[in-house]
Design a protein around this ligand. Sequence first.
Ligand code: SAH
Length: 349
Amino acid sequence: MQDAKKDIRSLSQEAMIQFFESHGEKAFRAKQVYQWLWQKAASSFDEMTNLSKSTRALLETHFTFKLLEVDLMQRSKDGTIKNAVKLHDGAMVESVLIPTEKRITACVSSQVGCSLDCTFCATASLKRMRNLDPDEIYDQVVVIDRQGREYFDRPLTNIVFMGMGEPLLNYNNVLAAIDKITDPKGLGMSPRRITLSTIGVPKLIKKMADDEVKFGLAISLHSAIEEKRAKLMPLAHRSTTLADLRESLQYWYAKTGKGVTFEYVIWRGINDQEEDAIALAKFCGAIPTKVNIIQYNPIDNGPYTQASQEAVDMYKRVLEDRRIIATVRHSRGQDIDAACGQLANKQGE
Ligand code: SAH
């Protein structure tokens, strides 16, 4: 009857208290188990050393332990770690640990594959698609927290939802995972250290503002000219116009008091002219913004190439002239296909 057992991690603390009480055990056991599960990232009942052997056996008979399995861990020469993570149904996602001098950042996936079709992104080529459960998102974070301690002697400091998938199209599960990540009973991480990146779905940006979320927001913009963005991100364009996106960002700012970051890749011959930079600067005028110019990471068979250094400098000049902060982000982990837009389960081929 293995299959009939419930995953211990799906229980609320209240349900766990009930379980212990109905088996003649003290309620505080639930708190101890909860701590093992969500603060100490235990991966088996045997690790729960402050429980007696008989209590552990009781748990073993009633519950399973459904934990993520890292199928393959790859390390880049720059220190970046990419995990190919196998989910309970065999589906794979990737998550990345990005180390810098001050930070250990986890880049996590929110969906298996992605339903969007951004023409420059490798994840778009994956056919298989499903939403991740809150625990599957949470566990990617736990795995990276452990790896930070193991390989860099430091815990996780930041989380970005910039792995596979579109987080806003898995809204409830992503927010539930963030709740657990920020809950003092979970990892207790400050929401200010979490950034959700999206193509920008106006209705859901407004919903996040109404839900009073406390994490940061990044928008993958790539062009502030309608026709160009439509070519680069056809589905994003189908669900929103730049005018609607702009209006939803103003709503976000009015409600949360927080600006946003625009992620922006500059491609040769696509969006590397001054008019592109000026359109971006104008778009940024809507609310306080910062621009992250991301280096293009080539994907197989892609038609795009990275713009020249002069084009990047021109963008910086145009933006800085208008007092818009622009940083150029050099991608990490390119040698193991762990950089932005390169996550495509290649190791599985
Ligand atoms: N769907 C969300 C989350 C993915 S984040 C979103 O689009 O924001 C991944 C980031 O990497 C996005 O900003 C995306 O536009 C960018 N990206 C995709 N392919 C890329 C590539 N080949 N090179 C550099 N950045 C890329």
